[in-house]
Design a protein around this ligand. Structure first.
Ligand code: BG6
Length: 490
């Protein structure tokens, strides 16, 4: 059974339009800018969501410097390869005309300063400035220092990419570096999972309906899975991945953020402070991770990838049990899993409900393995996303036999795609509007590193798994007596 939503709105997306902006893209020649940021900015421009006037100044160290014209071709190629819309016509021309490039090294920021000044003068008045640090973590400190030294940090908002630190000490040090130059109100630590439409929708699902919230707790839920298997490998990112691993790349950033939204108490409002306060309370209630409740995996063949240490102990897969020790969740385990080179790409949250007494259904076929399939709420938060309620129903016929049934809501069926923004697009827009609600806060990040301390200090050896599988076999013991459950998106 499939549900449908009311007729989709025909008006353009209603949201405030940001003030005039100069957007400075550090790491403009890098992978993230090519795959997400440049295509995303063009999509925002086409959707009429960028400021009425804006300029985008690409930047990179001098050794990667491009001319303005080269940067425009670079952006055009990126949009053609990764964008939703072709880089053609008047809208592309208008976008391309607003691109320029200024190289910057800490010892020579002059080309960037000149380009920013020219962009500001072209707009006139006092446009806002947004700096996006799409640079490797090792470069954060020097770029932030340069923004401080050159005065570019003044009245600027700054987007900082993940991973924010690699442990508690480095996250604290990075926060100190950031706060030496920026006030926290200027800082937008980005986690693009928080910009995903269906993650944001968890707030609507929970708090705008009377249907779900009353059962969203330990009285009714037996366990929760947050599952993000990926089919891709490390895609040539050996240097980054060897240093980072799946725990830092996916769990401590993306999956814990999703957990925060799933587990939080209702905030007084959706504005930044109450929303982030409630998420912080969840993280404060997270018990320190027990290394014995973590399975680290590495896919066969990883050590032979170019740039990977032949004895690498970096995990390309991780599954773990987390506990939120508060009134709502005490005793309800949260199972998190993510890995590269796995059987399928999925991004799901599954809430499994406790089984009611079913004495009157003596031939209940759903006892034993898979029993929890009877009652689950599945939220698929990959774009475009769907939500499915799984329950038991009477099979037609003279006997009272139970069969599995589901009701599914699909974004793609119910709302027009053109209204959707990708995670990065939504968050770029929010940063221009100065809305920090969906960005991570320094105290929360530090808390997540704090509960990771034991695991990072005493990681268990990685266990091998076959590419295209669901990870090492020992993950079944981790979740027992339950079972990893990924419903098919049929
Ligand atoms: C990134 C990670 O932050 O998120 C990648 O560095 C991962 O390793 C990616 O593949 C997943 O994002 P998406 O957009 O596919 O949901």
């Amino acid at each position: 059974m499939t549900t449908t939503a009311p007729a989709a709105p025909t008006a353009p997306m209603t949201t405030d339009r940001p003030e005039h902006h100069v957007i400075v893209l550090f790491g403009a020649t890098g992978d993230l800018a090519r795959r997400k940021l440049l295509p995303g900015l063009f999509h925002l421009a086409k959707a009429g969501l960028l400021p009425e006037d804006y300029r985008i100044v690409g930047s990179a160290p001098a050794q990667y410097a491009l001319s303005d014209e080269e940067f425009r071709r670079h952006a055009e190629d990126a949009v053609r390869e990764f964008g939703l819309a072709e880089p053609t016509g008047a809208s592309w021309q208008a976008f391309e005309d607003r691109l320029s490039f200024g190289a910057a090294d800490p010892e020579d920021p002059q080309p960037l300063l000149t380009a920013v000044r020219a962009a500001e003068q072209a707009i006139g008045g006092s446009p806002r400035r947004l700096c996006h640090l799409a640079v490797p973590p090792a470069a954060f400190t020097s770029v932030i220092g340069m923004l401080g030294d050159t005065g570019l940090a003044r009245d600027t908002r700054v987007i900082i990419e993940k991973p924010f630190g690699t442990d508690l000490a480095s996250a604290r040090a990075l926060n100190e570096t950031v706060h030496a130059v920026f006030d926290e109100s200027q800082v937008f630590r980005i986690d693009h999972f928080l910009g995903k439409e269906s993650v944001d929708n968890i707030l609507a699902l929970r708090f705008a309906n009377g249907l779900f919230e009353p059962v969203w707790n330990r009285e009714h839920i037996s366990h929760v899975e947050i599952d993000v298997p990926e089919t891709i490998g490390i895609e040539g990112r050996a240097a980054f991945f060897e240093e980072t691993g799946t725990y830092r790349d996916m769990i401590v950033t993306h999956l814990f953020q999703v957990l925060g939204i799933v587990a939080m108490e209702p905030p007084a409002s959706l504005s930044a402070q109450p929303l982030r306060d409630e998420k912080a309370k969840v993280f404060n209630a997270l018990e320190p991770l027990d290394p014995a409740a973590v399975v680290r995996g590495q896919y066969d063949g990883y050590r032979a990838e170019p740039g990977v240490d032949p004895n690498s102990q970096t995990e390309t897969f991780i599954a773990l049990r987390a506990q939120v020790d508060n009134r709502r969740w005490s005793g309800v385990p949260f199972y998190l899993r993510s890995g590269k080179s796995m059987a399928k790409r999925r991004q799901t949250v599954t809430l499994h409900f406790k089984k009611p007494p079913r004495r009157m259904f003596p031939d209940d076929a759903h006892d034993g393995p898979g029993a929890e399939r009877g009652n689950a709420l599945v939220i698929d938060f990959d774009d475009p996303g769907w939500i499915s309620a799984r329950f038991l129903t009477k099979e037609p016929g003279p006997a009272m036999r139970l069969g599995a049934a589901e009701m599914t809501f699909r974004y793609a069926d119910s709302f027009r795609r053109r209204h959707g923004l990708e995670g990065y697009e939504r968050l770029l827009l929010d940063a221009m509007l100065g809305d920090q609600s969906l960005f991570t806060r320094s105290d929360s990040i530090e808390r997540l590193w704090e509960i990771s301390g034991g695991l990072l200090a005493h990681p268990r050896p990685v266990e091998p798994y076959a590419p295209g599988s669901w990870g090492p076999g020992s993950i079944d013991g981790l979740i027992a007596p339950h079972h990893w459950y990924l419903p098919d998106d049929e």
